[in-house]
Design a protein around this ligand. Structure first.
Ligand code: SF4
Length: 266
């Protein structure tokens, strides 16, 4: 069966690929496949794009089994990847034990760290030079707001990041696709996303921020795009100066109060 992508989707994917220089000739791209709607769309889309791209590149996928259900039946995964003609490797791990051994606090950050490590190690061992993740536009905006609200930093992930340690480039070709579009793509991707067995699923900071944006967008539909615009270089204006450390502050206070005491001495 010949796979195809609606033009509205391929346009946004090609825009990101060209604008951020995500794919070059002879790239070997490893997809991090979670089994969800986003990464199943990415795998499907890259399968289509690599057949029509102006340059040749190779795509494979790796799924990191976190170890929640050792008896999980992966038949549907293998059938999907056979249909889209991409080799799939499943790496079995016990990441969930390590993640929850430290309690629920920061569990997602630890989980993401270990998962990325497994994906990168597999890609590097197979001689791949790129890893593709299925982060979309909503993910980028949510990460940006999460970073401000919970870390006090203005940052989000980039469409492309070079990891000097592993010599891999992480690419995110879906950064211009809205989550709603990815959800609707299920009708042609034809893969039933797996339900996460993780106890943290649905109660993360990301879900709080997603809900916040959704509620604010109901009152003003530009909210999402305004936050998205603030993520881009050139949007930063009128920032406060960096905070002084303890010693600098002490010196500044001494300087500030000095005239009073000097006058008293006179
Ligand atoms: S929700 Fe569960 S599986 Fe997902 S990142 Fe957090 S700990 Fe990992």
């Amino acid at each position: 069966m010949r796979l195809s992508l609606p033009k509205s989707y391929s346009k946004k994917l090609w825009r990101a690929i060209a604008e951020f220089d995500l794919i070059q000739a002879d790239d070997k791209i490893m997809i991090g496949f979670s089994g969800g709607k986003d990464s199943s769309f990415l795998a499907y889309a890259l399968s289509v794009l690599c057949k029509s791209a102006p340059v040749p590149f190779v795509v494979e996928a790796v799924h990191v089994d976190l170890g929640f259900n050792p008896d999980y039946d992966y038949t549907a995964f293998y059938e999907f990847f056979e249909r889209i003609q991409i080799p799939l490797h499943i790496e079995h791990t016990r990441i969930q034990e390590m993640v929850f051994a430290g309690g629920k606090k920061s569990a997602c950050a630890r989980c993401a760290y270990f998962r990325r490590g497994v994906v990168n190690a597999h890609a590097a061992a197979k001689g791949f030079n790129k890893v593709a993740y299925a982060h979309h536009y909503d993910d980028a905006v949510e990460t940006f707001l999460m970073s401000i609200l919970y870390a006090g930093q203005v940052s989000t992930f980039l469409p492309s990041t070079y990891l000097s340690e592993s010599k891999l480039t992480v690419i995110r070709p879906m950064v211009y696709l809205r989550e709603k579009e990815v959800r609707e793509a299920k009708k042609f991707v034809s893969f039933e996303p797996v339900v996460s067995p993780c106890p943290m699923d649905g109660c993360t900071k990301r879900h709080e921020v997603k809900d916040l944006i959704r509620q604010m967008t109901m009152r003003n539909k530009m909210v999402f795009y305004n936050v998205a615009a603030a993520m881009c270089e050139g949007s930063v204006r009128d920032m406060w100066p960096g905070r002084l450390d303890g010693k600098e502050m002490e010196a500044r206070m001494k300087q500030f109060w000095a005239p009073k005491y000097c006058n008293q001495e006179e």
